[in-house]
Design a binder for this molecule. Structure first.
Ligand code: HEC
Length: 478
């Protein structure tokens, strides 16, 4: 039996040349000590493979037309064999790719692996980042639900503001002047043909560069990169101390990718893909858009920013970001590589993580979005010294939608200041003025309230409000 198997193996290898396929990997030498910090890139590539397989499976059932897209996704989600799981896997695979790509970039930046002679690896890497995010964006639009539409609007708005060519590009992306059937077709073609093709070509080139220039050696404080002597030094070092990529190094990539796969499977299985919101109707724009989490920080910037600055930021923000990213290898191409000797690099990364992290948090909380689902105040606010006027004001506060923007207790929106204890801050006259005149971000109610209603509202705001303790912590659910 054993003999037979060996014979089959020999035949396969002789005719198929499998050991020759492995030879370049076996002969490729890698600097010693690369360790677990060098697995991020291969894990990103692994996620891309997951995306290809799950993407093909989804494309079997998905129909890129306005009338059928949403239904076909419903079918995938609810009826198709393993449909919901595969959609979940594709969704979390996208998240995984974004996260791992981020980790890979941070590692490369911190260890200054972009320096001579690997500048092109960095540049193609930035292109890959752009394409990956574009894939994520176009993928979200394919859901063709109300959130998807918002993503499309964002892209169109964003590109439309680029001077001179913006309109033409936006036109290209949405396939016309407005969002519609042509938009969906274009996004589909881009998501499954155009950008994957670009992605694979550039990934191929990126990998070629890794093999050609060699993996960067783990940095050591005091070891300076000198473009004149680096390549020579690197070859000598490899000859003396290099280890074969296969199997000494690749096993870590395999183990880590398997761990990523298990993580993705668990997420797809236990959490699943985002629920489909309402079917898209381009004429009704959702007021409360929910982009996928890795875009939330951008959404937070828009929401928090002064609206006069927004157009400038929309244009100059990404432009500066792109210029900065591309210029990194040229700003410092030689010198120290160790993060220990480059405190500014560490500070920059920490600051970026802190900013994007807190914006993401703000985006996930989305407090400034009007709280349309606030509960009637009557359910959890009581006014101690039974005051009929204040009681009426309490109902008006809810009926006039003040609660959308103002918190009382734990309920209500955060567009405006919390008003639970406004009686300690403002007097009657100030409150009346504010309500009747409004301000930049609050409508003026002067014309729409009778004097009795105004009195009632003010009486409610000035009264001492007792918040039902239980509901203060967990507002009543309906
Ligand atoms: C669209 C959101 C919005 C709605 C709706 C709204 N407000 Fe306001 N309100 C604000 C904002 C924003 C401010 C802060 C104004 C500023 O500083 O310019 C504010 C300020 C106030 C203040 C002053 C609070 C302070 O501490 O300075 C009072 C009182 C107030 N609103 C009462 C009301 C009442 C009563 C209603 C309903 C009749 C209402 N608001 C509806 C957004 C809103």
């Amino acid at each position: 039996m054993k003999k037979k198997l060996r014979k089959i193996g020999k035949w396969l290898n002789d005719r198929g040349g499998f050991s020759e396929l492995l030879k370049p990997l076996k002969e490729h030498l890698v600097p010693p000590g690369t360790g677990w910090n060098y697995v991020w890139g291969s894990a990103t590539l692994f996620c891309l493979t997951v995306q290809v397989f799950t993407g093909i499976a989804l494309a079997f059932l998905y129909q890129p037309s306005v009338n059928a897209a949403y239904q076909s996704l419903q079918y995938i989600e609810n009826q198709a064999f393993m449909g919901s799981f595969i959609r979940g896997l594709h969704n979390w695979g996208a998240s995984g790719m974004v996260v791992l790509l981020g980790a890979h970039m941070i590692r490369v930046y911190l260890t200054a692996a972009y320096k001579y002679p690997r500048e092109m690896s960095w540049i193609t890497g930035i292109l890959l980042l752009g394409i990956t995010l574009t894939m994520a964006m176009t993928g979200q639009l394919l859901r063709w639900d109300s959130n998807a539409i918002w993503t499309g609007v964002l892209v169109a708005e964003q590109t439309g503001r680029i001077p001179f060519v913006g309109d033409a590009i936006a036109h290209f992306f949405i396939g016309g002047a407005t969002l519609g059937g042509d938009t969906l077709n274009r996004y589909f073609a881009m998501h499954v043909f155009l950008f994957p093709a670009l992605l694979f070509s550039i990934v191929g080139y990126h990998l070629f560069l890794v093999f050609r220039n060699g993996i960067s050696e783990p940095p050591k404080p005091g070891r300076i990169i000198d473009p004149k002597t680096y390549r020579q030094w690197y070859q000598k070092m490899l000859k003396k101390k290099g280890v074969p990529f296969f199997p000494d190094v690749i096993w870590r990539d395999v183990v880590f990718s398997l761990a990523v796969l298990i993580g993705l499977i668990l997420l797809a299985w236990l959490v699943g893909a985002p629920e489909l919101t309402k079917p898209a109707d381009p004429t009704i724009l959702e007021i409360e858009p929910k982009p996928d989490w890795y875009f939330k920080w951008i959404y937070a910037i828009f929401a928090l920013m002064n609206r006069f600055l927004e157009p400038y930021f929309l244009f100059f923000g990404p432009l500066l970001g792109i210029i900065l990213l591309f210029s990194i290898p040229f700003l410092s191409c030689g010198g120290e590589r160790s993060p220990l000797t480059r405190p500014w690099a560490m500070a920059g990364v920490a600051l970026t993580i802190a900013i994007v992290g807190s914006l993401t948090y703000a985006g996930l909380k989305a407090d400034w979005v009007p709280a349309f689902k606030a509960e009637p105040l009557a359910d959890y606010v009581s006014i101690p010294d039974s005051n009929a006027m204040a009681e009426r004001g309490k109902h008006l506060f809810y009926d006039m939608k003040c609660i959308y923007c103002h918190k009382i207790g734990e309920q209500g929106g955060s567009n405006g200041p919390e008003l639970t204890e406004v009686e300690n801050r403002l007097d009657e006259q100030q409150i009346v003025l504010q309500i009747s005149n409004g301000s930049a971000d609050m409508p003026a109610y002067g014309g729409s309230l009778s004097s009795g209603e105004m009195k009632a509202l003010v009486a409610f705001l000035l009264s001492e409000k007792k918040i039902n303790e239980q509901n203060r912590k967990s507002p009543p659910k309906k």
